[in-house]
Every structure is written in C-alpha cells, then in structure tokens.
Design a protein around this ligand. Structure first.
Ligand code: NDP
Ligand code: OXD
Length: 318
C-alpha cells in the first residue's frame, strides 16, 4: 500500500542539517513546502510536520489528520491563529533531544559550580589563584519544569553528585529527588542555590522568572549568590530583572539559552556581563533524522490504531 505523503514546512538551520529528515521517513513521500514547487492542491495529504507555517497552509489541507511539531516546545504553533482547532498536535520527544538538553544543563551547572568563569578570566590575565572548592552534594539545584527534559537533567545532575529537587504543576514522585508542586514554590526556592528553568512558554509561565523569584532563591554557604539557568523559553524570563539582579548581586551568575526576543539584540546589556553565559537557542536542537523516524513511528502507530503519543494539551498550552 502506498504511503500517504507528509507535508513538510520546516526551515532547518545549517547546523541542524546533519542529515535529512527523509532518511528517517522510511520512503514516505515528502512535499517540502519551503523548497519544492508547491502543488495546486494538497487534497489527500493527511500529515504535516511543521515549525512555523504560512497562515493559510492548513486551509489548503482538507484531509489533514495529524500535525507534528518539529520541536518539543509548542508555543509558536499554538499561538498561530490559523491552527485548526480539532486536529491533534504531536510534539517531538526523543532521546536525541532529551540527552542534548541534559548535557547543556550539566555543563552550565558545573561551569558556575566549579567557578570556571573566574578561572578563564585568570587565564586571560596570566593569574594563578585557587578558589574554594565545596563538594557537589552541598550544592542544591532546583529544576523548575519536571517534564521529559527536566527529569532527565535532574537524573544527570544527581549522577554528578548534586542535591537535586524538582518543581512542576503536578507533584512527581521520583526516587532520590525531592519533588514540589506549584503550592510549595517558596520552600522550593529557599532550599536551592541554583534554579534551572525547563518550563514551556504558556500564559501561566509568562514573565515567571523575575526579580521577586530571584530574591527568594537560597544562598550557598561558600559560593557566590544564586545562579539562574534557563533552557526553556525566553518569554518565561524578565530580562530587565535579570540584568538588574546581576548588577546588584541578587544573582551571582546566569546561563541563558533562550531570550524574550530571538536573536538577542546586539545592544542587549546581557552580552556585557562576565558572569552571564549566553548561547543562541542551541541547548538542544532537534536531530532531523531522529525527527523523521519519530514522525514515521507515530504515523505507523496511528494507522495501526495504537494511538498517538506526546499529544499536546491545548488547554494547558504545552
Ligand atoms: P514537558 O511538557 O515534558 O514538561 C513541561 C514541565 O513543565 C512539566 O513538568 C509541567 O508540569 C511543567 N509546567 C508547565 N507549566 C507549568 C506551570 N504553570 N507551573 C508549574 N509547572 C509547569 O516539556 P519538555 O520537558 O519536553 O520541554 C520543556 C520545554 O523546554 C519546552 O516546552 C520548550 O519550550 C523547551 N525546549 C527548549 C529547547 C532549547 O534548545 N532551548 C529544546 C527543547 C525544548 P506537569 O509535569 O505537572 O505537566
Ligand atoms: C524545541 C526547541 O522546542 O528547539 O524543540 O526549542
């Protein structure tokens, strides 16, 4: 039986092009909306894999049955007023993406914890000075957003010896990790020295990481002021508050992969802070071949009547 084509509307960056999404699709025909000549009709096309999309794209797809989002975060697709209301949306969940985020989170926590910013500065100045070196178990790291990425990052940090806790909308029960829900935010913030944001961007998380929150984070007995790390979405942070908190020492350092506006403007004061590590939304790129395999696997499940996985809950916004 011939496979129903997949409509592809994703402009992968050069860095993401380590392979071809088709390599994962097991021969399924692809209509590349960004690169191919556009057909007059998309009748009969049941599946779409998109990141950003033209406003009228789905109006042209009378037979659309499933929309696949090319990343884990669905804020962009859900914000599009032309998203059909009744078509299921599946987000990308895959070990290739999860592992990359865990690597980025561990790298950031270790960089601040082992005071690498200070040592890099010393190296630039030919200067030799040891700094205090507490054990990882004295460092309390709190993950806000204990979904797929948060739980994996928590486990990886735990393996490194950090004292890890997690916070999410619904309370989790995870061996070796103290879990909190949204009614226990103050206690959660107070016990931690580092906060890692891995939240989706929703109306509830808009502007969530702000001065009032930073002021409640606990302070490590030896290391500099609290650290804030965000790999979730920039809309959840208030950058003017981050800047002021770095200036007045409320925050001892930050690592940010996501920003209120991307790309970050070249005149943002954030660039100028020695204790701010900025990466250009690359903590965890989607691996395009794995994405193709994932979509193919989901379509095969769907067609076999087994149901789709990782469906987006539109009312929750993630
Ligand atoms: P999940 O949906 O698996 O997890 C989201 C977590 O956030 C859940 O634990 C959820 O709680 C919690 N949460 C959501 N809203 C609230 C709220 N209002 N209050 C408290 N907790 C809340 O998502 P993933 O872990 O897969 O991804 C997280 C985010 O990471 C994505 O949405 C995306 O924005 C970002 N991302 C960034 C990338 C990058 O390269 N920088 C790459 C990929 C993703 P509950 O468990 O109760 O539902
Ligand atoms: C994602 C992202 O959501 O790359 O997958 O930000």
């Amino acid at each position: 039986m011939s496979k129903s084509p997949l409509l592809l509307s994703v402009s992968f960056t050069e860095a993401e092009q380590l392979g071809d999404v088709r390599d994962g699709l097991d021969g399924r025909p692809v209509i590349d909306w960004e690169k191919d000549e556009r057909p007059d009709s998309l009748a009969g096309v049941k599946y779409a894999l998109v990141w950003k999309f033209d406003h009228d794209l789905f109006d042209r797809m009378p037979d659309l049955e499933v929309i696949f989002n090319a990343g884990a975060g669905v804020d962009k697709i859900l914000a599009n007023p032309n998203l059909p209301p009744d078509i299921p949306v599946v987000r990308f969940v895959d070990p290739t993406l999860t592992t990359r985020m865990g690597e980025w989170v561990c790298l950031q926590v270790l960089t601040h914890f082992r005071q690498q910013i200070q040592y890099s500065k010393q190296q630039r100045n030919n200067y030799w000075q040891g700094l205090p070196q507490p054990e990882a178990s004295t460092m309390n790291v709190g993950i806000m957003g204990m979904g797929v990425l948060g739980q994996d990052s928590a486990q990886k940090l735990k393996t490194l010896g950090f004292n890890v806790s997690g916070w999410s909308r619904s309370k989790k029960s995870i061996d070796g990790i103290d879990c909190y829900d949204a009614s226990e935010t103050e206690a959660f913030l107070a016990r931690n020295h580092v906060i890692v944001g891995l939240l989706p961007y929703t109306p509830d998380t808009h502007g969530f990481f702000n001065r009032a929150l930073f002021e409640k984070i606990g302070k490590h007995p030896v290391l500099p002021s609290p650290i804030f790390i965000n790999g979730g979405r920039g809309g959840s942070q208030v950058e003017i508050d981050i800047i002021c908190c770095l200036e007045d020492g409320t925050l001892g350092g930050v690592s940010l992969d996501v920003f209120e506006t991307e790309p970050l403007s070249s005149d943002s004061p954030l660039w100028g802070f020695e204790n701010a590590i900025l990466t250009p939304h690359v903590a965890s790129d989607s691996d395009v071949v794995a994405l193709g395999k994932y979509v193919e696997g989901q379509i095969q499940r769907y067609e076999a009547g087994k149901g789709l996985q990782n469906l987006v809950d539109r009312s929750a916004g993630y």
